[in-house]
Design a protein around this ligand. Structure first.
Ligand code: NAP
Length: 237
């Protein structure tokens, strides 16, 4: 799974390991991943880490292929790595658009393409792509991010149709505002503006998303595919 060094990805890795999965945790930060793997081991779980820049097609493909080869199988793929480069449309540079599309969307396409073969061989697969409510509703200042996250929905539904007959499911989890480094930078004024729009009147915890990921990747979720699980405290309704 990607983006495991902190935030939502760290919580998903921790939860899947607690549920008895062997987790391969990836991001660019070896130190943080090493700490995560130690914590999982101390709790009685099983994990390893790989460093990978998901923005590189070669690195992303290499990661997925090497994990499948080393373990002889690949059951679950969670594409969670993501970045923001917010700005209003009129001021957004091509570079900021491309970076966000590359890291948030193309990486998932590349990883799913690499995972398809080993999953088809195993006649089993659980793919989860972490989107965002921004991709469903749009969000001022996030033309790049919303486009990438909306793209993940189309990508995931297509994969679900192409690979469903092989026992592979593909779903999107679309979080609302979750307490992580990504939202820590929000000015207090923005928080105060957002909170009344959330029926549950709080930002979510990374563990709230991990719980949805645990279900979507479980054996028992075998009849759920091509869905968008919105976990946002009711924000986008
Ligand atoms: P975060 O705390 O900023 O963590 C982002 C993760 O992505 C880190 O583990 C980071 O790892 C990894 N990452 C970023 N660029 C990468 C790259 N080029 N190669 C490899 N890994 C990379 O963010 P978060 O809030 O946990 O968000 C996780 C996912 O949830 C993202 O897809 C985000 O868009 C989505 N989401 C978050 C929220 C929210 O409110 N927090 C809401 C909706 C959706 P390294 O820096 O170690 O490489």
């Amino acid at each position: 799974m990607t983006g495991a060094s902190r935030g939502i990805g760290r919580a998903i890795a921790t939860r899947l390991a607690a549920d008895g999965r062997h987790v391969v945790a990836a991001s660019r930060s070896a130190g943080d991943l090493e700490t995560l793997v130690s914590e999982i081991a101390a709790a009685g779980g099983s994990a390893e880490f790989r460093t990978c820049d998901v923005g590189s097609s070669e690195e992303m493909t290499g990661l997925v292929e090497s994990v499948a080869e080393a373990h002889g199988r690949l059951d679950i793929l969670v594409n969670n790595a993501g970045v923001t480069r917010d700005g209003l449309l009129l001021r957004m540079s091509d570079e900021d658009f491309d970076t966000v599309l590359n890291v948030n969307l193309r990486s998932a396409f590349v990883a799913c393409r690499a995972a398809a073969r080993p999953m088809m061989r195993g006649k089993f697969g659980r793919i989860v792509n972490v989107g965002s409510v921004s991709g469903l509703t749009g969000n001022a200042g996030q033309a790049n991010y919303a486009a990438a996250k909306a793209g993940l929905v189309g990508l995931t539904k297509t994969i679900a149709k192409e690979l469903g007959a092989k026992g592979i499911t593909a779903n999107v989890i679309a979080p609302g505002f979750i307490e992580t480094d990504m939202t820590a930078a929000l000015p207090d004024a923005v928080r105060q503006q957002v909170l009344p729009q959330i029926p549950l009147r709080r930002f979510g915890a990374a563990e709230d998303i991990a719980a949805a990921a645990a279900y979507a990747t479980s054996d028992e979720a075998g009849y759920m595919t091509a869905q968008v699980l919105v976990v946002d405290g009711g924000l986008a309704t």
